[in-house]
Design a protein around this ligand. Structure first.
Ligand SMILES: [Zn+2]
Ligand SMILES: [Zn+2]
Length: 131
């Protein structure tokens, strides 16, 4: 990977996301990274997050309508779908891709599918018993 002048910031963001046990928002990433890089600007974090998304190293989730959360991808080309708790941001894997057959029938009609996204949001068992 070509090194840029933002490599240090990028490495910090990657390690923060790697060590997190749930997806993190930009604000959460910011609050963690300023302990190491107190002068970092939020715009720098946004720029690096965009790069990491482009490089397929992280993925993003939309939670609670407006908030966006980011997570480090364990395997770059993983094909996975997630069930996410809006309260604690726990992430569970959907056991299989539920639309492979639908995709096949769409492609049979001559449409080339590039990607698809399925995300299920809700309240996990643990959070719903604490409500
Ligand atoms: Zn929960
Ligand atoms: Zn799928």
């Amino acid at each position: 990977m070509p090194g840029g002048r933002n490599t240090k910031q990028k490495q910090h963001i990657i390690s923060i996301l790697k060590n997190a046990d749930r997806p993190l928002s930009i604000n959460e990433i910011y609050n963690k990274i300023i302990k190491h890089l107190p002068r970092i600007a939020k715009s720098t974090i946004y720029r690096n997050i965009d790069l990491l998304l482009e490089n397929n190293l992280i993925e993003k989730f939309h939670l609670n309508d407006s908030e966006i959360f980011y997570r480090f991808k364990e395997h770059r080309n993983d094909h996975a779908h997630y069930i996410i708790c809006n309260e604690c941001k726990s992430v569970y894997n959907l056991p299989t891709c539920p639309i492979r057959e639908i995709e096949a029938s769409i492609e049979a009609e001559g449409f080339t599918i590039k990607e698809h996204q399925i995300q299920i949001n809700g309240i996990c068992k643990h959070c719903s018993t604490n409500m």
